[in-house]
Design a binder for this molecule. Structure first.
Ligand SMILES: C[S@@+](CC[C@H](N)C(=O)[O-])C[C@H]1O[C@@H](n2cnc3c(N)ncnc32)[C@H](O)[C@@H]1O
Length: 211
């Protein structure tokens, strides 16, 4: 486990001064490419922002991943580029169409049109995973992580994006985060938290391991 980038994720310059995260795969959202490498913009991805903030994500590449809140596949397509089997749960039908397109060129990406609050509806498909990546941005984010803990191997990692405004739009974000962490502690040991600013306002990255 390390906070280095996983194998299959590289920083590349695209000819300018700035360095960008990249993965190797078919483009998904008209992102710039450099040969086989596609730019992974941390402003469009909470997991990308966690990497940029130096989170101790524990990913080395090749892991089995359960991704909750896959939307149109922006981030999970990058995950499938460096991970092993990647199960992508999304409950809204519209973005799932784009997610299916992203999966077409990725034989290890398995879209599931399911509600992440009801893991029993996909438990027959998902094998034990090394990591859960969660970005659902809805109320009850800690409970979603708790209810999906059953899939996580003993030494696995939860990489959770917490959008504090989804829990409470008016309360202080730090106080909301504290409450989320307290609920999370019913099933996880929290290893680190990071603000995801300046990439994402009112978002925190939480790294945890099952207890
Ligand atoms: C912020 S977006 C995710 C963006 C995506 N993770 C990315 O970086 O490409 C949150 C997504 O979570 C989905 N979502 C919210 N609650 C969910 C649930 N209970 N089950 C499945 N998907 C959910 C929403 O429909 C939305 O597409």
């Amino acid at each position: 486990m390390s906070s280095e980038l996983p194998s299959g994720v590289e920083r590349r310059s695209f000819g300018g001064d700035d360095e960008w995260l990249t993965t190797r795969g078919e483009p998904v959202y008209d992102e710039p490419t450099d040969g086989e490498w596609r730019r992974w913009d941390a402003r469009r991805s909470k997991l990308g922002a966690m990497f940029e903030r130096g989170a101790d994500h524990g990913l080395e590449g090749g892991e089995t991943v359960l991704y909750l809140g896959a939307a149109a596949g922006t981030t999970v397509s990058h995950v499938a580029d460096f991970a092993g089997p990647t199960y992508a749960v999304e409950f809204a039908a519209r973005p799932t169409r784009d997610l299916l397109d992203a999966a077409e060129s990725r034989s290890n990406l398995f879209p599931l049109l399911k509600d992440a609050r009801a893991p029993e509806t996909y438990a027959h498909v998902v094998e034990p995973v090394d990591a859960i990546v969660q970005d659902v941005a809805t109320r009850g984010q800690a409970n979603v992580a708790l209810t999906n803990r059953r899939f996580l191997r003993e030494n696995g990692r939860l990489l959770l994006a917490v959008k504090t405004r989804s829990e409470d739009v008016v309360r202080d974000p730090d106080a909301v985060l504290e409450e989320v962490l307290e609920t999370l502690s019913e099933g996880y040991d929290v290893l680190e938290t990071h603000s995801l600013e300046p990439f994402h306002e009112d978002h925190f990255g939480v790294i945890a391991t099952p207890r």
